[in-house]
Design a binder for this molecule. Sequence first.
Ligand code: F6P
Length: 525
Amino acid sequence: MTDPAPSPAWTALAAHRDSLAGTRIESLFDADPGRAASLTFPFAGLSIDFSKQRVNAGTLERLVALARERGVTAAVERLFAGAVVNPTEGRPALHTAVRGEEHVVVDGADILPDIQRCRERMRTFAAAVRDGQWKGATGEPIRAVLALGIGGSSLGPRLVLQALADIADGPAVRFAENLDPVSLDEALAGLDPATTLVVVASKTFTTQETMTNAAAAKRWIVSALGEGAVARHFVAATAKADEAARFGLPECNVFPFGEWIGGRYSLWSSVGLPIAIAIGMPAFERLLAGAHAADLEFRSAPPERNVPVLAALVGLWNRNFLGMGVLAVLPYADRLANLSAYLQQLEMESNGKSVRLDGSPVGVVTCPAIFGQPGTPGQHAFHQWLHQGTDPAACDFILIARPMGSRADAHEALLAHALAQSEALMTGRSTGDPHRDCPGDRPSTTIVLPRLDPASLGALLALYEHKAYAQAVLWGINPFDQFGVELGKAIAGRILPAVRGQPEGGLHPATRHLVGVLHKLAQSD
Ligand code: F6P
């Protein structure tokens, strides 16, 4: 795909790409020995190294010109100020507001008081659950939290709780996300209803997966403890307090957030309640503070020093000018094993779009596919593809400087492997044996966190959020809707009667055939 109406900045980048043809990333270090330092940027306590990207000063200059041409700085201000940046749903996107202290007006009302009230209620409730003052129906304290939700109502808390497991000293949190009954069965296994708190997180409070699991969990509680136990064992995080009331929850069990928080940007809101219960509200607030520090830099830095904007530009360069359709997210930390799943939703649900804000075709390729898993296990799986496959991919390496776990020597070896991978992807090797040759010249960014603590994690996640927004602005698309996921949900509703063997109102022949196969195989020995 080419830009339907190439702009001056886009055209300049295309010409620049052609002039760089044949220039290897490695040779850029020969041309500029200070490159590693000059292309490493501090960001909210993190260090972001773009030096192994296929860019030189001229590339960055032209990319920054594109950011200026597309009005990125003004668009960033619109995001923070509460402008309607989600025009297809007529909403602002104010995930930054719930981690700050700024007065922002939405529909004529200041939203800060509600944000502060909810945060205060989270603080009181999380403390009461943690210190045993919040009792279950039998008078026993809560020992486990069952977190129900899917997509943005689950991925964030799941990622954060895995990342910060070392400081989780509250009740253990289990997650059930899938409609697959095994998901809830496994989460409930070994739990005692009398000491379990269920947190139902759903912006809409109508999502089938979450509501099916919530109804089953309610039956589990009620059959053990009686109907009256619901208010002691269920709370909700939602933008639809009325739906939570219909589920049977009193107002004081509902932790509301605004329609202006997108699902995949919601972990900072009351959706983060399981985090606050597990690690305590002060640590949850350090997570918010880390993200807020990132917000301040994103809002104030000029494009040439604005790290999320630079990350967006480098990603666009790889995607639109160097033809990379894949971004591999490679955290060298087991505690970040959920990062790629989280970023799949954040980036692919946000920017997996084909039309511009005005509905016209975007005309260029947009969000790459994202995948990944922690190193070093990934090295023994798909890194072969990264080194010698036919489709060059861009990589994000994420390293933690301070050792985690009990053995510093193993952490040193882990870091050595991470650095070796990014170097090998860049340099490649020439042996004279085509089977052993590695082409190299594969671009990567290296993000270093000083330690895996709440503040650094908050900054890391905000960096990716802001990168996704800046990329959407560059492509001219809306990152805050997700209409593509609705079609399948509607069709599933039509198919369900047939799967259940009930009369149906007309199926696609392909689906009818597969329903028949399922029924036949379900009865086979
Ligand atoms: O997959 C679509 C989606 O709407 C996501 O954007 C969202 O995070 C998820 O479903 C869950 O939605 P809810 O929080 O309303 O249950």
